[in-house]
Design a protein around this ligand. Structure first.
Ligand SMILES: Cc1cc2nc3c(=O)[nH]c(=O)nc-3n(C[C@H](O)[C@H](O)[C@H](O)COP(=O)(O)OP(=O)(O)OC[C@H]3O[C@@H](n4cnc5c(N)ncnc54)[C@H](O)[C@@H]3O)c2cc1C
Length: 277
């Protein structure tokens, strides 16, 4: 059965009554089918306008689940979101950016999902709705493993929410085997906030495609506090700071190459953040 509900209430009812898979932009959904036909019910959420908006409030920024990468790239957002906007412009091609949604990227939970590192750096939370209620959990707890999340079969991800308290310049850098339309070998998002003396008051750095789930580099974030927020900051990062990553060898790169590439990207992302301050 194919259903295209007109409201969120209808959608959660349909999911509770009939079950099935949610279809948003379809840019992960259809390629994952390969040559197989669709099995089971499909709940197409593309008519749910209430999930498409992006709003900047006094305390938080809400990005609707159906916000496309194109709409995120063109939204007027605080500069701490520059990394997310840069990631949006690097997802696939313009056609993919026009269809692919933020929630689809998070729910698909690929280690190479470009949306995840910038949102981890922003301490984003996700809102989940089912017929029996509503819950909000940190993105860091939502994605739990290789293509695994804690979403229940009867839940719809309705929004990504980011606290307005996060400030600072931000950058996103992605390395692939070519410049565009490519799956990441490694990608890094960084947000660096400086105090009135120009020293780092808070750093937020996340690395993707180098472990089953993208990770924040907490030890580097701590070591950077108090460092001068000026060019040269990238040299503070070392391979020791990347010890929690567990990159794999695959057809795109060896684990060693990935680790070294991630370090180079971390250093460059930090430099990019202080150039802007
Ligand atoms: C040619 C090509 C290039 C690509 N390049 C990149 C790239 O460079 N970087 C990158 O990160 N990704 C890339 N992708 C993957 C994809 O475009 C993105 O992950 C996109 O954001 C997926 O969004 P979607 O709306 O199309 O999701 P869909 O395909 O509709 O859904 C993906 C999964 O999420 C679930 N889902 C979707 N929305 C919800 C919701 N609101 N609540 C609960 N579950 C939901 C679906 O059931 C499905 O399991 C590429 C894909 C293609 C085909």
């Amino acid at each position: 059965m194919y259903l295209r509900p007109r409201s969120l209430d209808e959608a959660v009812d349909a999911l509770a009554i009939h079950g099935g898979r949610i279809l948003a932009g379809g840019t992960d959904f259809y390629p994952a089918l390969g040559d197989r036909p669709i099995a089971g019910n499909v709940i197409d959420i593309s008519a749910l306008d209430e999930l498409a908006g992006i709003s900047v409030g006094p305390n938080e920024v809400r990005i609707g689940a159906r916000a496309t990468w194109s709409s995120i790239a063109s939204a007027p957002l605080p500069r701490a979101f520059d990394a997310l906007k840069a990631a949006a412009r690097e997802v696939g091609s313009l056609q993919i950016q026009n269809l692919g949604t933020i929630a689809g990227n998070l729910c698909n939970a690929s280690p190479a999902a470009d949306g995840i590192p910038p949102l981890l750096a922003l301490d984003a939370e996700v809102e989940l709705q089912s017929r029996s209620g509503h819950r909000r959990i940190p993105l860091a707890e939502f994605v739990t493993g290789y293509r695994k999340t804690v979403i229940s079969p009867d839940e719809i991800l309705t929004a990504v929410v980011v606290p307005r308290s996060i400030e600072g310049a931000s950058a996103f850098l992605k390395l692939g085997a070519r410049r565009y339309l490519v799956i990441s070998i490694a990608m890094v998002a960084a947000i660096v906030e400086t105090d009135s003396q120009g020293c780092v008051s808070q750093a937020r750095i996340a690395v993707g495609a180098c472990s089953a789930v993208a990770q924040r580099l907490r030890s580097l974030e701590e070591d950077l506090v108090g460092a001068p927020g000026r060019p040269g900051i990238g040299s503070s990062a070392s391979l020791d700071h990347l010890a929690s990553l567990s990159p794999i060898d695959d057809l795109r790169a060896t684990a060693d190459y990935r680790r070294n590439a991630a370090l180079a990207l971390v250093r460059r992302a930090l430099e990019a953040c202080v150039l802007e301050t």
